[in-house]
Structure formats: C-alpha cells, structure tokens
Ligand binder design. Structure first.
Ligand code: ATP
Length: 262
C-alpha cells in the first residue's frame, strides 16, 4: 500500500434513472489535502459521493476513478471500503439487530485484512477512547446501529466510524447538517485530528461555517454536474458573502441544476 494516497477522478459521468447527473467531473486529491465541494441544491454533489462509493442506483457512464492507480470503479462496495474509501452520509442508515460496536469491529477487521484483526480488548479500548474524544455516551456502543439516534448523534457516529477505520480517502457529505454548534466543533476537531499525509478529504457542504473549523486547501464549486470554479478558502468566503449569482453571471450559467441543458 502506498504511503500517501492519490485519488484521481477523470471526466466522470454518472446517470440516475437514465438521466445524466454528473457530467464530466475532474478532481485530484492527494494525502494531506482537504478539498471542499460547494454548490447550489441539485447540482450533483451527493450523486458524485454515492457513485464514488458504488451505490447501485448511480450508474457510471464514463470516465475513470483511481486510488493509488487502482481502478475503483471496477471494485465492489466492500472492496472500495477495504481499499480505504469511506463515505459519511447525509442520511446514515439505521440497522436493527447490529450493535454499533459489532458493526465497527467487523468493518475495522475487514479493512485490516485477514490475519491482522485487532484483538477484542484492544478494539474496545480504541472504541472507548474514540467515543470519549467525540463526546459520545458509552452506551451507544451497544445500541443498534443508528436506531433511535438523533440526527446529530448519527452524524457523530459517522465520524466515530471514520476515526476508527482511518480511511485513505474520506468523503463527508453534508456532515454539518443538523449538528448543533458544540457538536459541529467536536466533529471538526476529530477531522482535524485525523489530518495527515495518510488521508485525503472530500467535504461536501453548503456552508462556510464548517470550513471555518476544517480549513480546506482547495474549494470547488459544482454546477450542472461538473466543477465550474476552483480556488482556496477565500472562494468559500466569497460564496458565503455573495451567494452564487455572481459566479453564474461570470460563467454565463442561467440554470445551475443538472436539469438544465449542459
Ligand atoms: N436516487 C435518485 N433517484 C432519482 N433522482 C436522483 C437520485 N439521486 C439524485 N437524483 C437527482 O439528481 C439531481 C442531483 O441531486 P444531488 O442530490 O446529487 O444534488 P446535490 O447537489 O447533492 O443537492 P443538495 O445540495 O440539495 O443536497 C437532482 O435532480 C436529483 O433529483
């Protein structure tokens, strides 16, 4: 396994129910980098995240995605996770009958590979440490995965999964929505603690607020299913202050959604 991850998306096209939603997207993320994607509603951001993780409803109709030179589009969802891809979702699923702790241990051991499983006691110590860091009540370890969790608790649980699995590429889709300000700070701190050359982040967000806490190296704006502008953190600040109209005007875009003509 290469030390520093290198994730590359080239001319990606994704269709949902036969309609092209992502339309020629290019993005390169290296270990140590935090990239943020912003963009108005309905411009394909979540579709991109789902397609990268191999959600079956999202059909890749063109382009290439590689992690350390390996074609991830050829991989099953499981294989992508084992290769070090992680997606924290906008709406995490509830799974009855599977405890958080069991789910995490199974996922971690799958990621570590056969013969390299973490002994049970060590796993529980790791879990307790991480839960404490994230201010998650210890009883959540034995509760069924996300069942009856509040919106904010689900989001924190996603970050718990991420900090235990230590992915190489972490995609956080609107992880800030539904978080109160204290939870937002805790989540941001956990992401910042994980920042290292061994991991690259793709953060999808609507608000500059999150990016004040997790300062991105690169900010991209997505409209009509592709990246239309890239910059540094000042781009997020400009969008927060002025909205998207000035950019649409500059680019001559009338309708930014993927429903519009490309
Ligand atoms: N599973 C699906 N079935 C049908 N249409 C879908 C599906 N997923 C996405 N779409 C459509 O694709 C388009 C882009 O949606 P997507 O959720 O990717 O946008 P987004 O940029 O993440 O929006 P938001 O900022 O509102 O979360 C929308 O028109 C949406 O209705």
């Amino acid at each position: 396994m290469a030390a520093v991850p290198h994730f590359q998306i080239e001319d990606l096209h994704v269709a949902v129910e036969g309609k092209e939603i992502v339309r020629g997207l290019n993005l390169e993320i290296k270990g140590g980098e935090v990239h943020a994607i912003m963009g108005p509603n309905g411009t394909g951001k979540s579709t991109l995240a789902s397609a990268l993780m191999g959600h079956p409803a999202y059909e890749v109709t063109g382009g290439r995605v590689t992690l350390d030179g390996q074609d991830i589009l050829e991989m099953s969802v499981d294989e992508r996770a084992r290769a070090g891809m992680f997606l924290a979702m906008q709406y995490p699923a509830e799974v009855s009958g599977v405890s958080n702790a069991n789910f995490l241990r199974t996922a971690l051991n799958a990621r570590r590979g056969e013969g390299n499983e973490l002994p049970v006691l060590k796993f529980h110590r790791l879990l307790q440490d991480k839960m404490k860091q994230l201010n998650i009540d210890p009883s959540f370890a034995e509760r069924y995965l996300n069942e009856g969790f509040s919106g904010g608790e689900k989001k924190r649980n996603e970050i718990l999964q991420m900090s235990i699995l230590e992915p190489r590429i972490a995609i956080l889709d609107e992880i800030d929505s539904g978080l109160d300000i204290d939870a937002l700070k805790i989540v941001a701190e956990s992401v910042n603690n994980l920042r290292s050359p061994n991991i690259g982040f793709l953060i999808i967000t609507h608000y500059q607020r999150l990016l004040q806490y997790i300062v991105p190296d690169h900010v991209h704006v997505m409209m009509q299913g592709r990246i239309v502008r890239s910059g540094g953190k000042e781009l997020a600040e400009a969008l927060e202050a002025k909205g998207y109209d000035w950019l649409k005007e500059e680019l001559g875009i009338v309708d930014e959604t993927v429903g519009a003509q490309a």
